[in-house]
Design a binder for this molecule. Structure first.
Ligand code: ADP
Ligand code: ADP
Ligand code: ZN
Ligand code: ZN
Length: 749
């Protein structure tokens, strides 16, 4: 079996990289953030594989698929079909659940159609996406939209005073006239003073006759109560119709559990059919970890092959740390990490071999306990005859690699090369940044900061939390740990932030999607730079902006022009006037210490820190360097930054503040062990400057550097939701009953 072979790859920062990747093995790509891993794995390998795949389709089909350009490389050879299992959320509409997406739900339906008593039909009779099975009250959605009366009407007013707040029902409108000319109400009485009967009529009434006067005469109009009309227009049609979705976005609509099926989504016949006392909806509402046990007890001649297939998939879900989910959980509510793990299970269930599976940091959101389990699944994919390529920073995943490719030595222009290829043992001896961090594991901190105070959460019961009362110490670095599903996000992002709304959330969400924003504009650096150029040249600062006066008139400062072609896909090409430089010519004639504004935008933050002597720009640039973004070019579009880079650029903009509470959710995502060291220095700096930092993390290097740990557990879902430990990492090392403590001891040994 010949290796995948790449010759002279040059995407982004890659410097003519050539390498071989063994087939049917696990290859892990490591290296600091920005070193070029994604440029090799996604921009070169996955892109070429997609392109090859597309070439196998007819030109008719090809025209309907996204276009994949050839990656910038001399050759990419011996590729097999590649599947990228990334962190993009599965999303989907409310008819997509964990059960449907993993194919367990269709199998359960089949089981009920065979073994369920009384017999209800075949398997469509148990599908909430099929008219044969769906609840008539909610069309299988389990929820119904209801009119939120507190928002739809103002009870302190009369009809004449404008009590109807619904759009289109204001005083003088056609709808308002239907109510006021009906003769059913005293139009000057406040709704709060209505009799029960009037109120009922206003909401639910239906009747033949109101004659509405119009300019052309009179029109006979059926009377309809507010709720009656709402249900007719939005609810009783297909629950997912365009108008329904529109209505759902309006502020006066709320969604409530369907009163007919009580959220079970199915009709009576389907819900009455039971196996060993349980109906299919009850099974789907159980935690998967418990469901395995129940399915195991179902026996019978036809049942056995089905239950075996169901249990195999359920066990995979449990072993990947998702045993706390239920099959009826909507996929749109899953986190990125959960979505990625579900996708793995889908592929394990399939019989494909000789595929190339590409993973982007599969450990995101995973506790060290579950990383061990996930490794088992990666091995299983390999052993089925597939090639597994993983971009990962986690020591435990790197340990199971058959082959390691270490990209570096640093990030951006100082990276883009392969610094080590080979086995894990060799990596440890190699002396590369990754090799050194694999060998030298950080010891736990021994002295801890004294808290200056505490922010408390009392009696929290959201989601799986069980009456949690806990104090978050201030003036220290506090870390919230626990296996996936234990309740960390619920406690921090919902309960804590709601109770203490002043906290600053520094997350990984995109900082800007416009190609016009750059690190320079985001950090405010550009204002300083423009001011300096303007003063030197004696002109207006806006001349030095490609979003304003300085823009190339041909491309409006975009650097590219888009040409629409009548019958073909439009093309984007570099602007012929400014040659991609975005500025008009005269702007670039003005210089500061010999450099044009374009030269400055092409500098990395580190280079710019040497160029600028003025205190204000230096302060911003120093902050960018401190968070490890010294390699970013000041003019690189923000839309090209990774989540981790977005988070760090936000951190850099916050560094000068004091007295704030910062909340971060898995800030080590996308970060190499060396980057984590950097991040810890930044967090320590924030705390030393008088701030409080609260972090949700699994990364043990972060836990070891904390002053305080709040560990949730003991498990995920119903078996989680309690605080199993609070104290210093020193005390955590000695704690019992905490999975985090177990793994901390193992890693400290
Ligand atoms: P890694 O995956 O190791 O974090 P990447 O391959 O994403 O690194 O990035 C390598 C370098 O290329 C970084 O300096 C990054 O900022 C740069 N880069 C990535 N995508 C783009 C892009 N679309 N435009 C310009 N530079 C990019
Ligand atoms: P963690 O952050 O520790 O992974 P979460 O706070 O996200 O845990 O989840 C706690 C529990 O709440 C889990 O059982 C999870 O399945 C459930 N949960 C989380 N988000 C949702 C949601 N949007 N809908 C229903 N249940 C949810
Ligand atoms: Zn229903
Ligand atoms: Zn131009």
């Amino acid at each position: 079996m010949s290796d995948i072979e790449i010759t002279n790859a040059r995407e982004n920062n890659l410097r003519n990289v050539s390498l071989k990747i063994p087939k049917r093995q696990i290859t892990v790509f490591t290296g600091v953030s920005g070193s070029g891993k994604s440029s090799i794995v996604f921009d070169t390998i996955a892109t070429e594989s997609q392109r090859l795949l597309n070439e196998t389709f007819s030109s008719f089909a090809r025209n309907r698929m996204p276009k994949y350009g050839r990656p910038d490389a001399d050759a990419v050879e011996n590729l097999s079909a590649a599947v990228v299992i990334g962190q993009r959320r599965i999303g989907g509409n409310s008819r997509s659940t964990v059960g449907t997406i993993t194919d367990v739900h269709p199998l359960l339906r089949l089981l009920y159609s065979r073994e369920g008593r009384p017999y209800a039909g075949y398997s469509n009779a148990f599908s909430f996406n099929d008219p044969a099975g769906m609840c008539p009250g909610c069309q299988g959605l389990g929820r119904r939209m209801t009119l939120d009366l507190d928002r739809a009407v103002d009870r302190t007013k009369s009809l004449n005073e404008g009590a109807l707040l619904l759009p289109g029902a204001g005083v003088g409108t056609w709808l308002w006239k239907m109510y006021t000319t009906s003769g059913l109400f005293d139009n000057d009485r406040k709704l709060a003073d209505y009799t029960e009967r009037e109120w009922e009529t206003l909401l639910h009434g239906q009747g033949p006759g109101v004659s509405l006067k119009t300019r052309g005469g009179a029109v006979q109009q059926r009377y309809e109560g507010l709720v009656t009309r709402f249900d007719r227009l939005y609810v009783n049609r297909d629950g997912e119709s365009e108008s329904g979705r529109e209505a759902a976005q309006l502020a006066f609509v709320s969604s409530a559990v369907c009163p007919v099926c009580r959220g079970a989504r199915l009709n009576r016949a389907a819900l009455d059919s039971r196996i060993e006392g349980r109906n299919i909806a009850e099974l789907c509402a159980m935690e998967i970890g418990d469901l395995v046990e129940v399915v195991a007890t179902i026996t019978g001649p036809v049942a056995e092959t089905l239950t075996a297939a169901i249990m195999e998939r359920l066990r995979h879900l449990v072993s990947i740390g998702l045993g706390y989910l239920s099959l009826d959980r909507e996929t749109s509510t899953l986190s990125g990490g959960e979505s990625q793990r579900i996708k793995i299970v889908r592929h394990l269930g399939g019989g494909l071999t000789d595929m190339t599976y590409i993973f982007d940091e599969p450990t995101i959101g995973l506790h060290p306990r579950d990383v061990v389990r996930m490794n088992g699944l990666l091995r299983k994919l390999r052993d089925k005859g597939n090639t597994v390529i993983v971009v990962e920073h986690d020591r435990d995943v790197i340990e199971i690699a058959d082959h390691v490719v270490d990209v570096g030595p640093y990030a951006g222009t100082r990276g883009g090369e392969i610094v080590y290829e080979g086995g894990v043992a060799g990596l440890r001896e190699s002396g590369t940044l990754t090799g050194r961090h694999m060998r030298d594991v950080r010891p736990p901190k021994e002295t801890f900061r004294e808290p200056t105070g505490a922010l408390t959460v009392t009696g929290a019961n959201a989601r799986n939390l069980k009456d949690v009362t806990v104090s978050f110490p201030t003036g220290v670095l506090a870390v919230v740990t626990g296996v996936a599903g234990s309740g960390k996000s619920t406690l921090v992002n919902e309960v804590f932030l709601r109770a203490h709304p002043g906290a600053v959330v520094v997350d990984q969400s995109a900082v800007g999607t416009s190609v016009r924003s750059t690190p320079a504009t985001y950090t405010g650096l550009m204002d300083e730079v423009r001011g300096l150029f303007a003063r030197a040249a004696g002109v207006s600062p806006s001349l030095f902006s490609f979003n304003s006066e300085g823009a190339c008139p041909n491309c409006q400062g975009l650097g590219v022009v888009h040409v629409d072609l009548a019958f073909m896909e439009g093309v984007t090409s570099r602007c012929g006037v400014c040659r991609g430089r975005r500025f008009k010519e005269e702007v670039l004639r003005h210089t500061l210490r010999g450099r044009s504004v374009l030269d400055v935008l092409e500098m990395t933050a580190a280079q710019a820190a040497d160029f600028f002597t003025e205190p204000k720009p230096r302060r911003v640039l120093r902050a960018l360097n401190e968070v490890g973004l010294g390699y970013l070019r000041l003019g690189q579009p923000l839309s090209s930054l990774s989540g981790g880079e977005c988070q760090r650029i936000k951190l850099a903009s916050e560094l000068r503040k004091t007295g704030s509470v910062y909340v971060m959710d898995e800030p080590t995502t996308g970060l190499h062990m060396a980057d984590v060291e950097h991040l810890l220095t930044v967090m320590d700096g924030l705390v030393d400057a008088g701030n409080s930092v609260i972090v949700i993390e699994h990364n043990l290097d972060v836990v070891k550097n904390a002053d305080w740990v709040i560990d949730l557990g003991p498990e995920g879902g119903d078996r989680g939701g309690t605080v199993v430990f609070e104290g210093t990492p020193g005390d955590l090392l000695k704690a019992t009953g905490s999975l985090t403590a177990e793994h901390l001891r193992r890693s400290a040994a």
